[in-house]
Design a protein around this ligand. Sequence first.
Ligand code: FES
Length: 278
Amino acid sequence: MATTGYEPYEGTKLERLERDAATAVARYPEPRSALLPLLHLVQSEDGYVSPDGIAFCARTLGLTTAEVSAVATFYTQYKRHPNGDYTVGVCTNTLCAVMGGDAIYEELSEHLGVGHDETTADGKITLERVECNAACDYAPVMMVNWEFFDNQTPATAKDVVDRLRAGDEVAPTRGAASVCSFKAMSRVLAGFSDGRADEGAGAGPATVAGTVLAREKGWTAPTMDGSSSADATETSNAPAAASTPQPGGAQSSVDTPAAPPAGGTSDTPTGRDASEEA
Ligand code: FES
């Protein structure tokens, strides 16, 4: 029989994993649906998805190790080799890149002496290029264990990693009061609350600027039946009839209704002009 060459979990570590895995599995109608949280769970123990972790997930969920590996290798949040205490992800997606994300990544890489998905020799920092974090309103953005560091520069980014490596408590620019370790964050992602979800504000003024403007102007989004939404109408100072975009009008994503063909009525279901059907 083939062997993995790795010692299996044992003792209190195994007991802890089995207890927590049972909690995660109980949240889903099918055991296999708990694979993603279980991968985070083993990552919270080992600092990465280890061969032991893959074997544990497979045995717990009735899957093959190939099936577990296929999922673990698909998502970049699952690490296939030991990760640092802090994953520092610099967004180099389009907007952040042109706002300075590329420069931040290059200077951090040189400062730390590591490249993408590499870890500093002290085991503290794993550097990554990351894709858009839906925080473009604060570009360029850097993430540390998925906490936001907004409006960064090469200098502020280097200061953050220096303080992390020195063991200082480091606060993100919004959200939790401080950054936790990669293992602690992995446990939260596995579905085990650390009680800090409500620390700080998740959205800042730039995040809600569009919503504030819409309320000031009395703009509302059309519903599927073309009427204004109750929430938007309640917060609007303008009469609903005047503020609700009409099909084909400004702010409406609904096609202009089909005009009846000359000498008859249109039954074109898509609402496109009858001439387009010819
Ligand atoms: S492009 Fe960086 S957060 Fe969206």
